[in-house]
Design a protein around this ligand. Structure first.
Ligand code: ADP
Ligand code: MG
Length: 663
C-alpha cells in the first residue's frame, strides 16, 4: 500500500445529529468520529434505536450532520449544494435498504435503470447495463417482473443491482437482511462480500452479530456513541483488500459529474420524466380522466363559443352584403325615436330627383309602403305594396328570376305595372307563368312585368308577400301623400360611406334650410352587429375562462394529492440520485400532460358539438379557426404549468429521509 491509499475515503469528525422535538432538541448522535478507507468491509452494529440508520443516512448524503464535519475524499459536504449531494448519491453511493424500496409500478429492469436515467445515460446503454447486472445477480429471467411478483430475496438483489447501476463505489446497506429469511439473507451477504472483493467499499448496518462477523471491521454503536471499533480477526472467509484486484479501487469519487450535464443527457432525462408521468397517469386512469374533465369542459366551452360567435357574425355579414352593401338610408326627423317623425314631411320626391344628380350617388330609391289585400282570380292574400324607383333593384342588389324591372319612363307615366317577389309568385302562380297577368293590389290592378329571385334577408317576415310598383303610382294612386318615409342611396364605388353620409346630410340641410333628416349607413349597422356579437362572445368567453380556471384548480388539487400519495416514491428517487429539478420536472410534466390531453379532448368534443349543432340548426354553422385551436392548446398548457407548479415545487422540496420514512 502506498502512502496515498492511507488517506481515509470517508471521514466523520465529531458528527452530531439532533432532531427537533417540540420545543427541545433530541440528540441522536453524540459526536461520532470515524474514518473509513477504500476497499473496507465495515459492519456497524448496535441495538435498535441506537442511531445506526441516522449515521448511515449521513454517510450516504441523504442527511446532513447538525454539527461536526463529514469529508468525502477530503471534501467537506458542508460546501456542497443539494444538486452536488444528489450527484454523490447517484454516482458514488449505492444504497440498499431493509425494505428494498423499489418502485412498485416499474419492472425490475426499470427499477435498476433509474439511477442511470438521472445520470443521463442513453436508453440502450442503460438497458444493456441493467440486464447485465440483473443477470450477474441471477435474475436474468425476471427482468420484466414487477416487485410484487418477486420474493424478498429477489427484490433485495434488484435493489443491489440498482445500487451498482452507476458504479456504486461505496455500497451502503442498512439492515439488508432484516426482512429476509436466513437463506436469502446469507445470499445477500455473499453478494456484498463478492462486491467488496471486487473493490467496492461496503458498509453494512445490522443488529445481528452473526452478520457482522463477516466484516473485516466491526463498529459498535450504543445510544449515539461509538463504543468499540475493532478489526475482526475471526472472519470466516478472510477477504482482505490485498487479495483482490486493485484496478477498480483506484477510482476516486468524481465530483465534477455533479455540476454539468450535456444537452443530450438533459433531453434523455426529460424523455424519461415524460415516460414516468405517462405511466403515473395511465395507472390512475379514472382519476386522471376526472381531473381532465374540468379542462375538457373549459376548453370545449371556449372553442365552441368562439366558433359559434364567428359563425353567427359570418352569417350576419353575409346577410348584410346580400342586402346590398354601401347603402345609406335617409329618414325624416332629427334622430331615431323622434316622436314627430311620422308627422314630419321633410322628405319629398323633389329631394329624390336632386340626389340623383350628386356625384357620390350611384343610384337612389324611395320606399313608400302600404298594406293591401292582393287578388288574382279567386285567390286572395294580404301583402305589402312597395312604391320604389326604377333604380331599386340596383340599390338593393336584387336579381330578377324572370321578366324585367320597370324603367324610368314607366315611373314617369305612373304606370300600373308590378314586379312581384318569390313569395307572391308561389302564392298566386304556383304552376303558371305570372308575366303579363293582372294582379289587383287593393283597388289597383297592375300588369306583372317581372318576378324577383328569392331574397335572403335577416330582417322582416321571410314569408311576407311583397309587390313593387313605381313610387309615382304608389303616391298618386294608392296613398295620396307625396311625402316619402325613406330614401335609400347606393353610394358609388370608391366613396366611403362616412363621407357620403356627411355629404347627404349637408346637401339636404342646405336644401331644407334646416337639419330635419337623419341618416343611417349599412356600414354602421354591420359594425353595430359585429360589435354586439363581439361583446357577446367576450362575455361568454369570460364564463368559459372561469370554468378553465376552476378546471386548473382541480388539476392542482389532484396533483397535490398525488404528491402526498407518492412521497415515498419521491424519497426513493432522491435516494438514488434524483435532483430537485428532476422531481419538479416529473410532476410538472404530469400536470401539463393532463392539461394538454384535456385540451385536445376538449377541442374534439367541441367539434362533436358542432356536428350535432349543424344537425339541428341549418341556417348557420360553427366556424373553427386555427387560431382558436392553437390558443386553446396553449391555454391548457399554461394552466398545466401554472397550476402544476405549486404541487411540483412541494414534491421537489421534500427532505429525502422524511420522504423515505413515509409508508
Ligand atoms: P436504528 O437505525 O439504530 O434503529 P435510528 O437511527 O433509526 O436507529 O434512530 C435513532 C433514534 O433517532 C431513535 O430513537 C429514533 O426515534 C430517532 N429518530 C430517527 N429519525 C428521527 C426523526 N426524523 N425525527 C425524530 N427522531 C428520529
Ligand atoms: Mg435503522
Amino acid at each position: 500500500m502506498t502512502e496515498e491509499e492511507k488517506k481515509p475515503l470517508l471521514s466523520l469528525k465529531e458528527v452530531r445529529r439532533s432532531y427537533p422535538s417540540g420545543d427541545q432538541k433530541i440528540e441522536v448522535l453524540h459526536g461520532i468520529s470515524l474514518d473509513i478507507y477504500q476497499g473496507e468491509l465495515v459492519a456497524i452494529i448496535g441495538a435498535s434505536g441506537s442511531g445506526k440508520s441516522t449515521l448511515m443516512n449521513i454517510i450516504g448524503c441523504l442527511d446532513k450532520p447538525s454539527e461536526g464535519e463529514y469529508l468525502i475524499d477530503g471534501v467537506s459536504i458542508r460546501t456542497l449544494k443539494s444538486d452536488d449531494l444528489a450527484a454523490l448519491r447517484r454516482n458514488y453511493f449505492g444504497f440498499i435498504f431493509q425494505r428494498y424500496h423499489l418502485l412498485s409500478h416499474l419492472s425490475a429492469a426499470s427499477n435498476v435503470e433509474i439511477p442511470a436515467i438521472y445520470a443521463g445515460v442513453g436508453g440502450s446503454r442503460r438497458q444493456e447495463n441493467a440486464m447485465k447486472l440483473l443477470e450477474r445477480l441471477g435474475l436474468g429471467d425476471k427482468t420484466e417482473h414487477l416487485p410484487s411478483q418477486l420474493s424478498g430475496g429477489q427484490q433485495q438483489r434488484v435493489s443491489i443491482a440498482r445500487a451498482l447501476m452507476n458504479g456504486g463505489q461505496v455500497i451502503l446497506a442498512d439492515e439488508p437482511t432484516g426482512a429476509l429469511d436466513t437463506r436469502s439473507g446469507r445470499e445477500v451477504i455473499r453478494i456484498l462480500k463478492e462486491l467488496n472483493a471486487a473493490g467496492h467499499t461496503v458498509i453494512i448496518v445490522t443488529h445481528d452479530p452473526s452478520i457482522a462477523a463477516h466484516a473485516g471491521r466491526i463498529i459498535e454503536i450504543r445510544d449515539g456513541n461509538v463504543i468499540s471499533d475493532r478489526a475482526n480477526d475471526s472472519i470466516t472467509e478472510p477477504l482482505t483488500a490485498e487479495e483482490t484486484d486493485g484496478a477498480e479501487r483506484d477510482q476516486a469519487p468524481d465530483l465534477s459529474l455533479s455540476a454539468l450535464g450535456s444537452l443530450a443527457a438533459a433531453v434523455s432525462r426529460f424523455r424519461e420524466a415524460f415516460k414516468m408521468a405517462w405511466i403515473a397517469m395511465v395507472s390512475h386512469r379514472m382519476r386522471t380522466l376526472l381531473t381532465m374533465l374540468g379542462i375538457i369542459i373549459g376548453i370545449m366551452a371556449v372553442v365552441s363559443v368562439v366558433a359559434l360567435g364567428k359563425g353567427a357574425s359570418k352569417r350576419v355579414t353575409d346577410n348584410i352584403s346580400a342586402m346590398g352593401t354601401n347603402t345609406i338610408s335617409i329618414f325624416p326627423g332629427k334622430d331615431w325615436g323622434d316622436v314627430r317623425a311620422n308627422r314630419i314631411k321633410s322628405l319629398s320626391v323633389y329631394d329624390l330627383e336632386a340626389l340623383r344628380g350628386e356625384i357620390y350617388v350611384d343610384s337612389v330609391t324611395p320606399t313608400v309602403t302600404s298594406s293591401a289585400v292582393f287578388y288574382y282570380q279567386t285567390a286572395e292574400a294580404s301583402g305589402q305594396i312597395n312604391g320604389v324607383s326604377d333604380q331599386y333593384a340596383r340599390v338593393k342588389g336584387i336579381k330578377m328570376a324572370s321578366g324585367r324591372f320597370f324603367d324610368k319612363s314607366l315611373v314617369n307615366e305612373l304606370a300600373q305595372v308590378a314586379v312581384i317577389d318569390d313569395n307572391t309568385r308561389k302564392k298566386f302562380f304556383p304552376d303558371t307563368d305570372p308575366l303579363g297577368k293582372i294582379i289587383i293590389l287593393g283597388k289597383l290592378p297592375c300588369v306583372i312585368i317581372g318576378v324577383m329571385e328569392k331574397e335572403e334577408s335577416p330582417f322582416g317576415n321571410p314569408d311576407a308577400l311583397k309587390v313593387y310598383i313605381p313610387y309615382t303610382s304608389a303616391i298618386y294612386r294608392v296613398t295620396g301623400d307625396n311625402h316619402l318615409s325613406t330614401i335609400v342611396v347606393r353610394v358609388k364605388d370608391g366613396w366611403s360611406n362616412a363621407v357620403a353620409e356627411q355629404q347627404i346630410t349637408n346637401f339636404l340641410t342646405i336644401r331644407h334650410n334646416a337639419k330635419d333628416i337623419f341618416t343611417s349607413s349599412s356600414d354602421t349597422i354591420l359594425k353595430t352587429i359585429q360589435e354586439t356579437t363581439g361583446t357577446l362572445t367576450l362575455l361568454v368567453s369570460c364564463i368559459a375562462v372561469i370554468s378553465l380556471v376552476v378546471g386548473g384548480i382541480g388539476v392542482m388539487n389532484i396533483m397535490l394529492v398525488s404528491v402526498t400519495e407518492r412521497t415515498k416514491e419521491i424519497g426513493i428517487r432522491m435516494a438514488v440520485g434524483a435532483r430537485k429539478s428532476d422531481i419538479l420536472q416529473q410532476f410538472l410534466i404530469e400536470a401539463v400532460l393532463v392539461c394538454i390531453i384535456g385540451g385536445v379532448l376538449g377541442i374534439f368534443c367541441s367539434y362533436m358539438v358542432s356536428v350535432i349543432f349543424s344537425y339541428f340548426v341549418q341556417s348557420m354553422s360553427m366556424m373553427f379557426s386555427m387560431f382558436s385551436i392553437v390558443a386553446a392548446v396553449t391555454c391548457s398548457t399554461l394552466i398545466g404549468v401554472v397550476f402544476g407548479y405549486l404541487p411540483a415545487k412541494n414534491a421537489a422540496r421534500l427532505d429525502p429521509i422524511v420522504a423515505l420514512a413515509r409508508e
